[in-house]
Design a protein around this ligand. Structure first.
Ligand code: GAR
Length: 199
């Protein structure tokens, strides 16, 4: 199996994935790191690991779909079997999702369906949640909605700060996302409706 990671920012999840591929915990080939942000540190991490990078400038495309058409051409050329979103902060359109049905994974920094959107950690913290966490899920046509593969809860301490909570969330992401990708790459995830089981 050949896969691509999509990332818009720091790429700490990408780094955890690169490390897991190197350690042969994920038995699939990470062949491409794509970003919609030229300055994403994720692109540097990929270069340092010797992985091909791709930046496509959204400014040059009139619609989200024409942008995605351009990306899909690259993905087909690279014979990508599945896609891992790791802090990719642009909503994919139904066009793209239909190209890779149940072949796109995402990490979200809350216990879905609570605190969807781009600021899951801060939203849970300011709401006063006592428990939050991390969700790994398949991507479907609704935002932060597809069938859930893994979740891990994290307690919010009395003296928690947004920074300390973010640290806890990221360390759980780095632990469970590679595990979910490894299971997917081995064909062990079965999806029935909203339920995902490990077989
Ligand atoms: C991660 O916390 C990820 O869960 C979140 O962006 C961060 C990216 O960090 N994704 C979302 O909020 C998606 N809705 P990273 O660039 O260091 O991996």
């Amino acid at each position: 199996m050949r896969f691509a990671v999509f990332a818009s920012g720091n790429g700490s999840n990408l780094q955890a994935i690169i490390d897991s591929v190197k350690a042969a915990e994920i038995k699939a080939e990470l062949v491409l790191v794509f970003s919609n942000n030229r300055k994403a540190y994720a692109l540097k991490r990929a270069e340092e690991a010797g992985i091909k990078t791709l930046f496509v400038d959204p400014k040059h495309y009139a619609t989200p779909q024409s942008y995605e058409r351009a990306i899909v051409i690259h993905l087909k050329e690279a014979k990508i079997d599945f896609i891992v979103l790791a802090g990719y902060m642009k909503l994919l359109t139904p066009f793209f999702i239909r190209e890779y049905p149940q072949k796109i994974l995402n990490v979200h920094p809350s216990l879905l369906p609570s605190f969807k959107g781009i600021d899951g950690i801060k939203d849970a913290f300011t709401y006063g949640a006592k428990v939050t966490g991390v969700t790994i899920h398949f991507v479907d046509e609704k935002m932060d909605h597809g069938p859930m593969i893994m979740q891990e809860a994290i307690k919010v301490a009395e003296d928690e700060t947004l920074e300390s909570l973010a640290e806890k969330i990221h360390s759980v992401e780095h632990k469970i996302y590679p595990k979910a990708i490894a299971l997917f790459a081995q064909g062990k995830l079965k999806v029935k409706g909203r339920k995902v089981t490990v077989e």
